[in-house]
Design a binder for this molecule. Structure first.
Ligand SMILES: [Ca+2]
Ligand SMILES: [Ca+2]
Length: 309
């Protein structure tokens, strides 16, 4: 798709708005416009997937002044929106020009975070990684109760049971095979009640998506739930570490280079020991980016491996 040649303007097209550039076509009663749906805006501005190019019929011969013509019925525009469109696109372009900086990774003492990433044809429904074990059905979280704590779940997902049901998505973009927070939100938190205190040797998390919903960005906490300060549902800015929870690890699998799509397996272990003894786990998930609304990770499974007795 070629770059828009004319001034940026906002059009109303059917059910929604589209941004585009309008340039006069050779026919006196037509205009050529490059438009894209609102959710494709960042792509439309010179990125490969593109918007759609369309010929918009005029109902009268355009005036010499390009800013004075009307496209009734199909196209409604306002100059104020056009200015807004320019500002929005400038901001989006600036974001694309610089990669999202990686936040520092913190984890509780001695916890090793192993990350395996499979891309393209190497990512299969078996979730088979070089180091991280594949997901299993009979782990210590298999019968856990997964409870909503904070945020807004995406109703297009499989719901919270997807974390522990032992089922896996069959391809890289299967909303019904994953749990994830809603589009346009910063993330959220869920609690796993293992039903009893478990000495945890390993926690493994899995995700799969072709772009920015693939990487994992979360902190996970554990608690036995007995402390006087224990808050089972710390929300918002409440630090779980001050509410009876122990930080086990903060995980960030983003590379800082591109969308990082693919399949991820993350394994948390502690050399020579366990991760601790917990009845409850608190998973605090963060969107991987805010360039668009699609940054909340598609989580396919969370496994808890109990220590051998
Ligand atoms: Ca699952
Ligand atoms: Ca499992």
């Amino acid at each position: 798709m070629r770059q828009p040649a004319g001034p940026l303007e906002l059009f109303q097209l059917g059910r929604g708005f589209g941004f585009g550039a309008c340039a006069r076509g050779k026919a006196p009663r037509q205009e050529r416009a490059i438009v894209a749906r609102e959710d494709e805006l960042p792509i439309a501005w010179g990125f490969p997937k593109g918007g759609v190019e369309m010929i918009v019929p005029l109902t009268h011969t355009p005036e010499p002044d390009a800013g004075s013509h009307e496209l009734p019925a199909i196209v409604a525009r306002t100059r104020a929106f056009a200015i807004g469109a320019v500002l929005v696109i400038a901001a989006v372009s600036a974001v694309f020009a610089q990669q999202t900086p990686l936040p520092p990774i913190t984890n509780s003492v001695g916890v090793t975070i192993t990350v395996d990433h499979l891309a393209g044809p190497n990512a299969t429904r078996e979730f088979k990684f070089a180091r991280v074990p594949s997901p299993v059905k009979d782990d210590a979280a298999a019968k856990a109760t997964v409870e909503f704590v904070d945020g807004e779940l995406d109703p297009n997902g499989a719901g919270l049971t997807a974390f522990v049901d032992g089922l896996l998505p069959r391809d890289e973009d299967e909303p019904g095979g994953n749990a994830f927070f809603n589009a346009g939100t910063a993330g959220g938190a869920v609690r796993f009640d293992l039903g009893r205190v478990v000495t945890v040797a390993q926690i493994n998390t899995y995700s799969w998506h072709p772009n920015t919903r693939g990487p994992q960005l979360y902190s996970i906490y554990g608690s036995d739930g007995t402390g006087a300060a224990f808050n089972p549902a710390p929300k918002g800015a409440t630090d779980p570490a001050g509410a009876g929870w122990t930080l086990i690890a903060s995980v960030d699998t983003r590379s800082g280079r591109g969308d990082d799509g693919g399949q991820y397996g993350v394994s948390l272990t502690r050399a020579g020991g366990t991760l601790g003894s917990y009845r409850y786990l608190l998973l605090v998930c963060h969107a991987t980016e805010f360039d668009d609304d699609w940054g909340n990770t598609f989580y396919s499974e969370l496994d808890v491996v109990g220590a051998a007795r």
